[in-house]
Design a protein around this ligand. Structure first.
Ligand SMILES: NC(=O)c1ccc[n+]([C@@H]2O[C@H](COP(=O)([O-])OP(=O)(O)OC[C@H]3O[C@@H](n4cnc5c(N)ncnc54)[C@H](OP(=O)(O)O)[C@@H]3O)[C@@H](O)[C@H]2O)c1
Length: 216
């Protein structure tokens, strides 16, 4: 299937957690890793997150000029089957274009600014956005050739499970968060035996943590 080139990027603790036990955002990336993350955003046509990340972190998903000179803002994409994105969320501000991907049977009556487009997409058997169909729409209708997937755990799991990715960067901060329900790098049902194999391309020491670069 023809689809955009997909790069997953995430920061986690030494015990694989990506937020606080209550799901609040925790800064896990160091200054060096944040700079790398913004450069990666700048190099990609679009950046994607799940609706839970929008609701918990309220991210802008833009590129900051502090880290990249003359940034080219990527298109922001939210996987949001039921159109729960708040009208005042930062991700739908006027700083860049935003695509909200909703389920085909969902009507979204919210009022967003003209930079925001709502795209209806087929859902899968779990009622979530069918990623294959969505990627096809992004490539063919929006010319998105490179996509950066930033989380959270459920979204990362969906891309990994469906083998719809090409590379993955995981920054591991030398901290432990703990908590049995704390969001982890991947959520979802997991696999009993058919593990998802990865190849390590490179390991970099971006102090104080390490960055592991994987390929499928
Ligand atoms: N450390 C980091 O780098 C990092 C980065 C990002 C986020 N986070 C953390 O991640 C946490 C949120 O992660 P999360 O796992 O709860 O949620 P999430 O991955 O942000 O969003 C998941 C939601 O997206 C929607 N969705 C629609 N289609 C989907 C599909 N095909 N696959 C997966 N999800 C789909 C579903 O909600 P609907 O059914 O309503 O559509 C689903 O529940 C937050 O605590 C945030 O702080 C950390």
């Amino acid at each position: 299937m023809k689809r955009p080139y997909v790069i997953i990027n995430c920061a986690m603790s030494a015990d694989g957690k990506i937020a606080s036990p209550s799901g609040k955002q925790i800064r896990l990336s160091s200054e060096g890793d944040i700079k790398r993350m913004y450069q990666l955003r700048n190099e990609n046509d679009a950046v994607l997150v799940g609706i839970n990340t929008v609701l918990s972190d309220n991210p802008r998903l833009t590129v900051k000029e502090k880290y990249v000179k003359k940034p080219i803002q990527p298109i922001r994409i939210i996987l949001d089957t039921h159109c729960r994105t708040p009208e005042d969320a930062l991700v739908v501000n006027k700083d860049a274009k935003t695509l909200i991907i909703t389920g085909e049977k969902n009507t979204c009556n919210k009022k967003f600014n003209s930079n925001v487009e709502i795209i209806k997409c087929e859902t899968d058997k779990n009622g979530l956005i069918n990623l294959e169909k969505m990627l096809k729409i992004l490539l063919l209708d929006y010319e998105i050739k490179n996509l950066m997937v930033e989380g959270g755990g459920r979204v990362i799991w969906s891309f990994l499970k469906n083998r719809l990715f090409d590379e993955m960067f995981v920054y591991i901060a030398p901290v432990v968060i703990g908590g049995k329900s704390t969001p982890t790098l991947t959520r979802g049902e997991g696999v009993e035996n058919k593990m998802i194999p990865l190849q390590i391309v490179d390991i970099q020491h971006i102090k104080p943590g390490i960055l592991i670069h994987y390929k499928i």
